[in-house]
Every structure is written in structure tokens, then in C-alpha cells.
Design a protein around this ligand. Sequence first.
Ligand code: ADP
Ligand code: MG
Length: 687
Amino acid sequence: MPLAYDTPLSALPGVGPVKEKALHKLGLTCLGDFLTFYPRRYEDRTVLYPISSAPIGVNVCVKAYLTKPATLSRISGGRQVVRCTVADDTAAIDLTFFNRPYVRGSLDFGQSYIFFGKLDLLGGRRTMVNPQIERADAPKLFGSLVPWYPLSAGLTNPQVAAWAQAAVDALACPEMEFLPAGVLARHKLMPADWCCRQIHRPTGWDELRLARDRLAFEELFQLTLGLSLLRRDRERFTGLPLPDGEAAAFASLLPFSLTGAQKKVIGQCAADLSKAVPMNRLVQGDVGSGKTAIAAFCLWRCAQSGAQGAMMAPTELLAQQHYRTLSALLAPAGVTVVLLTGSQTAAEKRAIRAQLASGEAQVAVGTHALLTEGVEFQNLALAVVDEQHRFGVNQRSALAAKGGHPHILVLSATPIPRTLALIVYGDLDVSVLDELPPGRKPVDTFLVGESKRQRLYSFIDKQIAEGRQVYIVCPAVEESEAQEGDPTLKSVKTYADHLANKVFPHRSVALVHGKLRPKEKEAAMASFAEGKTDILVSTTVIEVGVDVPNAALMVIENADRFGLSQLHQLRGRVGRGQWQSYCVLVSNNKSPDTRARLKTLCATTDGFRIAQADLEQRGPGDFFGERQHGLPQLHIADLGVDVRLLEQAQAAAQTLLAQDPGLQSPAHTPLKNRLRRLFAQNALTFN
Ligand code: ADP
Ligand code: MG
């Protein structure tokens, strides 16, 4: 009787409680999980080299026989060494085995063996240390591509490979096919069970390629199909259509005139909001492109029609800033804006919750405190999420769940390459703010080493003398780490003290870091925003959204510790006013790769180009990491390289949905069930 997908791991030979725990660490919980536990790489044991022409320095298979009897000796430390010489018709190799005394008795004269190991040249002689040995007349691994699996402590590759094999043998069957026959035929894809066998025990590189591509296609197909279904579900909901407002009336509330891009996006939002289908729109715009004004417009429209709106920001600092901006903007229009954050007292929170529940307040700005139980709205018609990349899909849904099916507006300054946008935001309409407000001068960016420190300090002082303010950002480093590791790594606290007392005693220096109490953070930021502090030393808590137009210099210490997109975000904190602004990246890292990475930032201020470079250099993890939890994980597809497959998978998903919009046909039931399982974590579910 065939085993079930969810057979416990302990059913595998040799798996007891200890091994089971080690397998859990790898994310394996049942037999079926092995099917998608893919090898990281394959070792090629298909090629047999004549010894004389085998490449040096890499692992190779050679077929040879013993020419000199093996000797056993002891070396210092009591280690046992077996030495022997083997040869084929072309040349000889000296073999050395450490701590494998039994090898001496196991090599017979007149018998051929396959030796697999790294070939080296030592004093003109070929050598191999601790090669693996198989009898040439009955090889097990020779002739195959040996899979190498990710491992955790206490596990060896042969063990894991054997278990994966057992799982495949027990479970791989034609019933594991989830792709509709039409899709398989059109895209010339191999059957699922064949691919499953091939990926764990390939019969050749070509077969492996076919299997990998099909499995990657399948992942991408399911992902895009699932996202399309979520979107379709949304279209069945009815939201609250907001009657058309007077856009000019909104413009008159602003202290500036809107850019063309802002007008365009406001137009798109206005059209969305007046429909009964809830808006679900992402506004992507580089730092400083004026996304807040778009949110303000939508919140204003909402209040005009007697409904409520909420705006969620990832940090307390940012929530406070939005609160100040929005109340200044909307109060003259008779809109009551309230702030809700975790650091408020219970009494404050209670009062604000009451205002929201009664409808007395029309706009709530806050951190994820907005998501807590007990926060209820009288009539929430719009949910705005700022700096989306800081939140997961689930948090977005959780905010929306505070209303019926409210309109959703998502703002993001992380420009992500198109392929990723399709995946990550597949269920959103996208607007791009591709124009900066007038008068912005690109931020001049420099990369300097420690040797320029005195000059940097003079430059900082000169900026302050001219009336500007300065940010200095350090990676979050504990005191202990700063001393043990890289001596130039700056602990923020020590560094801020040093600057305040030794370097800039005549200037006012303040410090913000993640461990401060919210009230302290708030006070430090407020004093900087009011121009009372000249230099703000901080960790990346100021990374997102903070807006102080008089700050014209951003210094980033140990810049090599940050990702490019993150550096770009940080740089976006300056260049927001009328002044020429500067960003100085300080790094003593001499690695050419690192320097090239940082130089990218000096060469361009185009967020999309920077994001693309980041993607190429560091992979999609930063964009697609755990923050997007709620979406199924990709085990084999690689968004950095599988662009063509992604496009094909998307086309296939669209075609399928055109034929069978709700996947109602019985032929598609297995696929639909599979999607349900994959998207089970997502707050939205399929019907
Ligand atoms: P981001 O897109 O990074 O969230 P903000 O909405 O914080 O950008 O806007 C950045 C700065 O630009 C703010 O000081 C804002 O008042 C200003 N701003 C926004 N739109 C315009 C505009 N059309 N003209 C002039 N200044 C603007
Ligand atoms: Mg912003």
C-alpha cells in the first residue's frame, strides 16, 4: 500500500527523535515535504577521465587498479595513514587515506575501482586525499549526478539523499500532477512525477534541466494563478463608492501645487474610489516624490463623503510625522485627524478609540497599534498602508479587515523591478509617481575612507555654519561587537558621545536608536525637526519617510553594511528642501565588489536602477523576504533569473482563467485545492 503524503518522518529507516529534530530544522515535517526539498547542487560523477588528462584541482572520477600494495603507518597525533599507488593505462596517482585503516585490506590486486576525489599535483606526482572508492564492476554513485541537499547539524548528505529517495519512491505517482493537461501540452512540460524523480536522481544534465524548469514553472504558475484568484475575489466584493469630489478644492488645501505625476495618480485614485469595487492600488514613487499628498487626497475624499479612513505607518516617528502633516492639511477642511501608537497611555488610547468608534474622528493615523483588538471604526471606507515593504501581506489585510471591504491604498518607496512587482504586488493595480517636485537638486554622493575623516568633520561643521542640519547614520551595533570585530565599526552611543564631547562640542548633537523609549525618540526627532539639534546621530530608525527639509547632509558610517536600496532610502532623507544636499558613504572596506556596489550609488539617483543592481548583486531576498509572508514560498524558482519562465507562467495562468474563471471545472479541482493549501496563510481565501 502506498504511503500517504503526511506520513511521519519516523517512518523512514534511521529516523529517531534526534534526526527528526534535525530534519525539522530544515523545514521538513512529513514524508511529502521531501518531494519539494530540492538539492542545492549536483556533483557530476558521469564522466570518467583517463588519469593523464584529468583536470587538476577539481573533483573527478578515475578508473584505476592497485600497482603498489597499501601501507599503514602512524603519524603525529596517533593518526593512521594508508598510502598506496593506483594507475590506469595513462598514468598513476598516489592515494593517501587519513584515519581509514580498513582501506588497506579492502583494495585487491587485479580489481578495478572508481576513485572519486580532488586531483592534485605534488612535486610532479598526481595525488588524491581520501577519495571515495567504488568497485568498478558494481558502482552505485558513478555514472550519476549526485544530489547535495541543504543540511543541518547532525545530518550527512548520504543520509538525507537516501531519505529523499525513499520519499520519492514511496510517493511519486501520476496523481501528483496538478497542472492541467492543456498547460502541459502547450508549454511542452514533462509530467510531475517524472520531474520529481529527476530532480532527486537525475539521469543526465538535460533531464535535470527539463525537470527543474517544469518545477519552477509550476511554482510561478501557482503563485500568479493564486494571486489572480485573490484579485477576482476582491472584485466580487462591493465597497463604498465615494461620490466625486471637487479635486480643485483639495488642491487649495496644499501649500504647493501638485506635480503632473501627482495629478495623474490622484486622477487614478479618484476614479477607483468612485467605483463600487474597492480600490486596491499601489503607488510606487521614489523617496521624496510626494506620496503623502496622494494619501491625503484619498483620506480627504473619504471624509468629505462622511466615511472614515486609516493610515498605517511602520514606525512611530513616521506615524507622528504623518499625523502632523495630515492634521495641518485637513483640519481647515473640517476633518478630525487622530494619532494612535503603542506608546500612548491607556487613557489616551481609550479616548481615541472612542472617537473612532463613534465616527467623531474621520482619519486615524498610526502604527500597527491600529491593528490591535478593540480598535473599531464606525465606518472605515479606506485603508492606507505607507512604506508597504515594511509590512507583510497579512498586515495589509488585517487593516482592511477593520472595515467591510474598504478601499486600499498602498504607498511604497522601494522601487522594485517589474518582474518582482508582478509577483509581490500581483493583486494590486500599480501607479507610478515618476516625477519629483520642482527644484529638487540631485543629492551629491561620495564614497570616502577613514583617511578622509578630518575633512569630513570640517565639511559637517561648514554645513552647520551655513545653517543646515546633518544626519549621521550608523549600523546598529552593540558595544561588545564594536570592540571584538572590526575596530572601525561604530557603536552609535560611544560614537555620539565622542562627537558631542570631542569633535563638535560647540554644536548640539542628539542620538536616536531603536532601544530608546518612544517618548525619548519622539523628543529627539521633534527637536531635530524644529532645528534645535544640529547633528542627529542615529541607527536606521530614520530610514523610512522622515521629512526634515533643512537637513542637507547625510553621513552613513560603515556604509558597506547596508544594502543598496536601504542606502538609497537613507539618502532620500536629504535633498528635500531648496538646498544642495550631500550624502557621504564612509567605508574602509577594500573589497572590489563592495566598492563597486557603493559606487553604483554615487553614480545614480535613479531608485529603479539601484534596485535592479541590488537584485543582481544580492538576489531577491530583500524584496521578497519574510516581509511578504502570507505568499507561498518559492523553493526552486529564482526570480532573479527565471524571468522568461515567469512570463510564460503568467500567460498560462491568464489563459486558464479565461477558460475557467473560477476554476470550477472538475478537471481543475486538484489545482484549486492545491492553491488553497499554498495560500492557506493568506487572510484572503478562495471560494
Ligand atoms: P515621499 O514620497 O517620500 O513620501 P513626501 O510625501 O514625504 O514624499 O514628500 C516629500 C516632501 O516634498 C514633503 O516635504 C512634501 O511637502 C513635499 N512635496 C510633495 N509634493 C510636492 C509638490 N508637488 N511640490 C512641492 N513640494 C512637494
Ligand atoms: Mg513617505
